[in-house]
Design a protein around this ligand. Structure first.
Ligand SMILES: Nc1ncnc2c1ncn2[C@@H]1O[C@H](COP(=O)(O)OP(=O)(O)O)[C@@H](O)[C@H]1O
Ligand SMILES: [Mg+2]
Length: 217
């Protein structure tokens, strides 16, 4: 305990055609990993988008770095998204037609951080560096996305089904990399997954069910 809070969200509610969730509170601390489990359609991705600066909740608030996230101007919100938030999406927004190395270099140039070959090796993508990302398997693309996000050194990493396309061993390797990152960078990790084994590796496990977020582990 005693770890600093990075993000605090309170009383979040959101609906599309029907109410997805109501009155959700969540806190993310430095060096803390949080997993959210839930069936498909329960609103996991929507919750992740709200916390990750991408979607204004219909009610409730998100506090990041002492400020109300959705009361910041567009410019400030973009800055937070660029500098402090790393998002690993279910579908990979890599630059198709470019190699893995080029995709990583873009992130390196934007962030001013060097490509960490150790990280590339741990993610087992060192042999793919000169390949066009479009030629890679879904699992390889997922790991390139993970490397690219980490290169930026965000304060919070949000990952939507980060191990969805991976075999058991590789999924655990990716979790190792993300969990080590939270410790070495004093960062927070928020993942949504339907894999109970992956969730079990996080400090806290919630389940999104019946429109509520319940702590289950
Ligand atoms: N932008 C949107 N517009 C309308 N409905 C949406 C939108 N995003 C998600 N939904 C709906 O909200 C529900 C929950 O979606 P989602 O948050 O993606 O759930 P999960 O990630 O748990 O599968 C789904 O029924 C989905 O169709
Ligand atoms: Mg989803």
């Amino acid at each position: 305990m005693g770890a600093k809070s990075i993000m605090h969200a309170s009383r979040l509610s959101h609906s599309f055609d029907y109410t997805l969730f109501e009155d959700i509170d969540i806190n993310i601390h430095e060096r803390e990993s949080i997993a959210v489990l839930g069936v498909s359609g329960s609103g996991k991705s929507t919750l992740l988008h709200i916390l990750a600066t991408l979607l204004r909740p219909q009610s409730g608030e998100v506090i990041f770095d002492k400020g109300y996230l959705y009361e910041q101007g567009d410019k400030k919100l973009l800055e937070i998204r660029r500098d402090d938030i790393g998002i690993i999406f279910q579908s990979h927004y890599l630059f198709k037609g470019f190699t893995v190395r080029e995709n990583l270099e873009i992130s390196s140039i934007i962030s001013g951080n060097e490509i960490d070959l150790n990280l590339i090796k741990k993610l087992k993508i060192e042999d793919t560096l000169e390949q066009n990302v479009a030629e890679l398997s879904g699992g390889q693309q997922q790991r390139v996305s993970t490397a690219r996000v980490m290169l930026k050194k965000p304060k919070l990493i949000f990952a939507d089904e980060p191990t969805g396309n991976l075999d058991h061993q590789t999924a655990n390797d990716v979790m190792d990399v993300m969990l080590e990152y939270t410790q070495s960078q004093n960062a927070g990790l928020f993942i949504v997954t339907h894999d109970e084994n992956i969730a079990a590796r996080c400090d806290k496990i919630y389940r999104l069910q019946n429109k509520r977020l319940m702590l289950v582990g």
